[in-house]
Design a protein around this ligand. Structure first.
Ligand code: ZN
Length: 489
């Protein structure tokens, strides 16, 4: 190797070193920029709402960005209140949330909360973009979510979330979110279920909501009737914000939705008693048709009044069932009708009338078969065909079942999903066919919480019924459905 070569080699190394250093610098710049960019993205998309308590936002280790969580028990089974706070001065929040024992409910609540946080951050980011040098920046941002809990008939719970979002302003945007569920089963219940899915009921409810809003003197002159009419159109998804409080349905509107902001959150209250006939059976419990029940429904221990469940099998019958319905109305009596499936299509108007007058409908098989003499699949078929025929006629499935002849065995009972109802007093009306024999048969074995078996296909039963109603009323009995009797047993 000569000197020139060495010189050349040395120069080559210098160039190599310089370019390596330069490349490194470039790499560092790229890396740092990328990292900053990444940071920036993280900041904007950061969600300090990771669900674990006390999670620290990794980008801003400042104490103000710490999310704190506090969980409190309530005196309602399985219901806990979660208070979550973020003190970050640019996007502070105070969020009250609920935890239940049911995952689907928790998921719905968590989605609402996390959507609310995203909405809040998006509005802040948008404002920052539009007015980057606004002097009030970061001063008056706030997200506040609070929740109110209301219970109904022990097992139903309403959660009413009120959300206030204020961005650089003293004025806040207030909206409502509600959730109604069965705290024993975890089922989320919508208005459609409460009203048996009946659009006619929804239409009349929508009219009641409108007129009660318009009649409220506090809202006078503030209501925008056009908006009110629009948001109360009888569509199920327009009636999602509701609760049940004090035996009434309460509907909520957002601030500014149907009125000017001065009246805040418009609400309206519809007593369940006023829509008693439209309610699904489980929501009729403890509610009196047409009048408001202010005391809680009596329980087994506190109930002092005597009760009896009159039951009528083998109908519907076009004339006898109708006569019985009129007599029951006369004595303000509710009863239970176990109907035979293959009669429903012919006499569906009688069945509808029975249901609409507030009586309970039970399944009594398709063609009055002795279930202990047929296969399990045939038993299932007897039940489902009748269930479907009832549903088709009245829009709701039966709530109880009674086997023809009272014939059942373990095999039969194991495939029946409805409560299987027998009786405690058999009037043998089908055997005697004698009107004057009905009352003596009842008197002979009468007791509190009796379930009396009769048939609404015999004229003699309709003829003898008034003497029974009169006697039992004088004895202080209240006439209730079978399902109601079961609650007191
Ligand atoms: Zn029968």
């Amino acid at each position: 190797m000569n000197n020139n070569d060495r010189k050349f080699g040395g120069r080559f190394i210098d160039i190599f070193l310089i370019s390596t250093i330069a490349s490194l610098i470039v790499l560092i710049i790229i890396f740092t920029t990328a990292n900053n960019l990444h940071k920036a993205q993280n900041v904007s998309a950061s969600n300090p709402t990771v669900n674990e308590p006390g999670t620290v936002n990794p980008i801003e280790p400042d104490i103000s960005s710490t999310v704190t969580q506090e969980i409190m028990n309530t005196n309602i089974e399985g219901i806990r209140i979660v208070n979550e706070t973020l003190k970050d001065p640019t996007k502070p929040y105070l969020i009250q949330s609920i935890k239940t024992n049911f995952e689907p409910i928790n998921t719905a609540i968590n989605k609402y909360i996390s959507d609310s946080k995203t909405q809040y951050e998006n509005i802040i980011r948008l404002k920052d973009k539009i007015e980057p040098n606004d002097s009030s920046k970061n001063l008056l941002n706030n997200l506040n979510i609070s929740v109110e809990i209301s219970t109904h008939q022990d097992q139903y719970i309403s959660l009413i979330f009120t959300k206030n979002i204020a961005i650089r302003s003293n004025q806040s945007d207030t909206t409502i979110y509600t959730l109604f569920f069965n705290n024993k089963t975890g089922e989320i219940i919508n208005l459609q279920k409460i009203l048996n899915g009946d659009v006619k009921s929804l239409t009349s409810l929508s009219e009641s909501v409108r007129s009660s809003i318009l009649k409220n003197p506090a809202y006078e002159k503030h209501i925008n009737t056009e908006s009110l009419t629009k948001v109360t159109e009888p569509k199920w998804n327009y009636f999602q914000r509701f609760s049940i409080k004090d035996n009434s349905l309460v509907f909520y509107f957002n601030k500014g939705e149907i009125a000017n902001n001065s009246i805040g959150i418009p609400t309206t209250t519809i007593p369940l008693s006023s829509i008693y006939k439209q309610l699904a059976a489980e929501f009729q419990k403890g509610i009196k048709d047409g009048s408001i029940v202010t005391t809680p429904p009596p329980t087994k221990d506190t109930s002092s009044s005597k009760k009896v469940a009159l039951t009528f099998d083998d109908g519907p019958h076009p004339t006898i069932t109708m006569e019985i319905l009129d007599l029951l109305d006369k004595y303000n009596a509710k009863a239970t009708f176990f109907v035979v499936g293959n009669r429903i299509d012919r006499y569906s108007d009688v069945l509808i009338e029975t249901f609409e007058r507030g009586h309970e409908i039970g399944n009594h098989t398709w063609n009055h078969t002795n279930l202990t003499t047929i296969s399990t699949n045939q038993v299932k078929e007897q039940l489902s065909s009748t269930n479907n025929a009832i549903k088709k006629a009245i829009g709701q499935y039966p709530t109880v079942f009674r086997p023809p002849y009272g014939a059942k065995n373990n095999q039969v009972v194991s495939v029946i999903e409805l409560p299987v109802i027998m009786w405690t007093i058999d009037t043998l009306d089908w055997k005697y066919r004698n009107a004057s024999n009905l009352l003596p048969m009842v008197k002979k074995s009468m007791h509190n919480n009796a379930i009396i078996l009769m048939h609404d296909i015999h004229q003699s039963t309709a003829d003898g019924l008034e003497s029974v109603l009169k006697y039992l009323q004088e004895q202080g009995y209240e006439f209730v459905t079978v399902s109601e009797i079961l609650q007191y047993k």
